[in-house]
Design a binder for this molecule. Structure first.
Ligand code: FAD
Ligand code: NAG
Ligand code: NAG
Ligand code: NAG
Ligand code: NAG
Ligand code: NAG
Ligand code: NAG
Ligand code: NAG
Ligand code: NAG
Ligand code: NAG
Ligand code: NAG
Length: 594
């Protein structure tokens, strides 16, 4: 996504900042809790052995991955430890491990690969099913339900809200639910001839990742509405909504879904589509991961891969004493986004804070606004027509402040673009995020006020304005007449995110940043009071998350959750219907009277 120097800049800024322990407030009254090891409620060894037989020996009891670097653990290996430490900052490592998570705080910093850090399995699941079939998933769900064992679902472990891990659990690892099948024409099963077949579609295992799909479809000149990270998996991406550089044209990823196979919280394997299990079909497309069921495979529309016209536009400040011009220029550029989106533009725009020059090592203050702008099947001339007036205005309004450079490039396919521009950000940090969707009113209102709000939101770290909504999302016609994604997507243009990382094992620093993230999102809430946040990239402790993530869809989602999962076999936070339980230390307990 970024030119070389700015990529370094990003790492530097991320390392300088960012949190910790999931809240476990609670009383010790008369609670009914999910079973934990070491108590009579926890299933005995022979029950686990039986479960292992029902899943063809695929039950794992992995040590925490970081234990390789800790001499007191059986998996210690001084030879491989340095490689593990290096791999910890890559997404590839965490997605390939049955229990590892990108964000250390989600495993409670309980086993980092660093010397001197504590290491135990306390923050991780106890058992894991390495599922390759719906049957394996089904056995896990039935077991957890029968034995009152807390259940989690992990695919890649990328979740920014930590929903894919919890202690004292049985985890279903969906990473190895694989397979791709391309259809020239697809009609949802059990749908009568009256339901139109779609021209092209792909059925894929729920553990399949963006890179797998882009590269499988590219030789056929096809692609999907997919995300910007190589290892983001369909399971979490589609259940959250899924935004894409192609969304402005085709809608969100959840809008492309034609059918799913899933295991319900009751342990049934079902097909959900517009004719069958319609409520589940609606809820699974945007209602959030690990809540309504565990997706095992999904069929979604494919699209002819577009040729992408791409522009990297860098506005760099080298000598400013205040970051104001960056936020003012950003406010101006973002105010043009609704009309540019209506003319076909999609983009990821990064706000870089002023900071010490990470390259020269001097005290030079730098800051930047970097836009990766995309048009579909277009031309360099069209890109210029859209951007030249904007660039000229910035140059005129802040003379001498920004050095402006732009680099156009044409890519023959989505995959060709992705190979060079996929998300190369870093894993293995304790990162806290915040999100807000911005509608036209927020983007095009008083620029002075927007600049102040953006400054507060980004506040010294990196912000990303995803111009990924637009006509395609606004006019989407999801199968079955609708889906559960936040309705505010249908009239927003930009999804703005920020994140800050803190050192691990520093709860005080984490508390400070968590408080700041809330204040920072509040600044945008004031600017865009009627939108909401994108669940998959939001603050895990977003206040009133039910409304902010799902808006007017929440009531229906809650009814479906109560019907499908009356016992809360699937429970996560912040997730639909989680109001009846709370985490008390490392246990999950029913709230009195709930
Ligand atoms: C590098 C990077 C780039 C990203 N880019 C984008 C982007 O371009 N667009 C975008 O919209 N988002 C993007 N995201 C955010 C992404 O959508 C979320 O991180 C999402 O949660 C990832 O899903 P996962 O299955 O890979 O992760 P996981 O952490 O494994 O799962 C996330 C959630 O989904 C649940 N889940 C996983 N599999 C299933 C399943 N089969 N059935 C039911 N529930 C399941 C988990 O329990 C958890 O609740 C990006 C994230 C990263 C790390
Ligand atoms: C499950 O069974 C397999 C094959 O018999 C065995 O290798 C594995 O160790 C068992 N898992 C657990 C957790 O005991
Ligand atoms: C440590 O890892 C190396 C490389 O994989 C391997 O050759 C070696 O046998 C391992 N040592 C121990 C003690 O397991
Ligand atoms: C999980 O299953 C896959 C597919 O069978 C296999 O390749 C992989 O080695 C297994 N992982 C672990 C940790 O057992
Ligand atoms: C099916 O296709 C016909 C012809 O293209 C169209 O008029 C109709 O609206 C479509 N039906 C649905 C349910 O999309
Ligand atoms: C893909 O597109 C290229 C360029 O237009 C064409 O040469 C090729 O035959 C197409 N491949 C398929 C499988 O349609
Ligand atoms: C930076 O700006 C200040 C004030 O405008 C000016 O005095 C100084 O010479 C500038 N420095 C550089 C390196 O341009
Ligand atoms: C900005 O304005 C300066 C001074 O008028 C001019 O030299 C420069 O070429 C302009 N830059 C761009 C990118 O338009
Ligand atoms: C924009 O907001 C600023 C700060 O609140 C205010 O001073 C200014 O008058 C507003 N401008 C317009 C055109 O309303
Ligand atoms: C940024 O955060 C710091 C620390 O919380 C705060 O003191 C400062 O006022 C904030 N800056 C802005 C522009 O909001
Ligand atoms: C995280 O670790 C702390 C201290 O090690 C412990 O008090 C707390 O209960 C743990 N939280 C969870 C959710 O396990």
């Amino acid at each position: 996504m970024l030119p070389f120097s700015l990529a370094l800049f990003a790492i530097y800024a991320a390392a300088e900042f960012t949190p910790s322990v999931r809240s476990g407030h609670g009383n010790n009254g008369d609670l009914t809790c999910k079973a934990v090891p070491g108590t009579p409620e926890w299933p005995p060894q022979h029950s686990w052995a039986h479960l292992n037989e029902t899943v063809a020996g695929r039950l794992l009891q992995p040590p925490p991955p970081g234990a390789i670097c800790h001499p007191e653990h059986a998996s210690y290996n001084a030879t491989t430890c340095p490689a593990l430490r290096a791999a910890w900052s890559t997404y590839e490592f965490h997605q390939a491990d049955p229990i590892s998570m990108d964000g250390n705080q989600w495993t409670n910093d309980s086993c980092l690969p660093q010397e001197g850090a504590p290491c135990s399995g306390a923050g991780y699941p106890v058992f894991v099913i390495n599922a390759t079939t719906a049957h394996h998933v089904q056995q896990g769900v039935k077991f957890a339900k029968k034995h009152n064992v807390r259940l989690v679902v992990k695919s890649s472990g990328h979740d920014f809200l930590g929903r894919s891990n919890a202690p004292n659990t049985l985890s279903i690892w969906t990473r190895n639910l694989r397979g791709v099948k391309v259809h020239d024409s697809f009609r949802p099963s059990c749908c009568k001839a009256g339901v139109n077949a779609t021209a092209h579609a792909v059925t894929a295992g729920a553990g399949m990742q963006m890179w797998d799909l882009y590269s499988a479809l590219d030789p056929l000149n096809l692609t999907i509405v997919g995300g910007g990270g190589k290892t983001v998996s369909l399971g979490g991406y589609l259940t959250g909504g899924g935004h894409s550089l192609l969304s402005s044209w085709y809608g969100l990823a959840a809008d492309q879904v034609l059918e799913m196979e899933l295991v319900t919280p009751n342990g049934e394997i079902v097909i959900a589509n517009e004719c069958k299990n319609k409520d589940l079909f609606w809820a699974m497309r945007g209602g959030g991961g690990s809540t309504f069921g565990i997706m095992t495979s999904v069929t979604m529309k494919t699209i002819p891969t577009p040729k992408l016209e791409y522009l990297t536009l860098t506005m760099l400040t080298q000598n400013i004493s205040s970051p104001r011009p960056i936020y003012e220029a950003a406010a101006y550029v973002l105010s043009k986004f609704p009309s540019m989106s209506d003319q076909g533009l999609a983009s990821y725009t990064f706000f870089f804070p002023p900071t010490r020059d990470p390259l020269g090592g001097t005290d030079t203050i730098l800051g930047a606004l970097v836009t990766g702008a995309t048009l579909q099947n277009s031309s360099p001339e069209e890109m210029h027509r859209l951007w030249d007036p904007v660039i000229a205005h910035v140059n005129r309004t802040w003379p001498g402040v920004f050095s402006i450079a732009y680099q156009p490039k044409t890519y023959p396919s989505l995959l060709a673009w992705f190979r060079e521009n996929y998300d190369t950000s870093q894993a293995g940090l304790n990162i806290y995020s915040g999100s807000r969707l911005l509608d036209k009113a927020a983007l095009t209102g008083n620029i002075t006020e927007s600049a102040i709000a953006y400054g507060k939101f980004v506040n010294g770290t990196i912000g990303i304005a995803h111009l990924v909504s637009g006509k395609g999302v606004h006019n989407a016609r999801p199968r079955g007449g609708g889906n559960a994604v936040l309705p505010a997507w249908r009239n927003s243009y930009v999804h703005l995110t920020t994140s800050t990382s803190v050192p691990p094992l520093d709860p005080a620093a984490a508390m400070t940043v968590r408080k700041q993230i809330k204040e920072r999102v509040d600044a945008l809430r004031k600017l865009a009071p009627n939108t909401g946040a994108y669940i998959n990239e939001a603050n895990f402790e977003e206040p009133n998350f039910q409304h902010e993530f799902w808006g007017s869809n929440y009531e229906r989602l809650l009814r479906i959750k109560r019907t499908m999962d009356p016992e809360d076999v699937l429970w996560c936070t912040p997730c639909v219907g989680n109001e009846r339980w709370e985490q008390v230390g490392d246990r999950l307990c029913r709230i009195n009277g709930a």
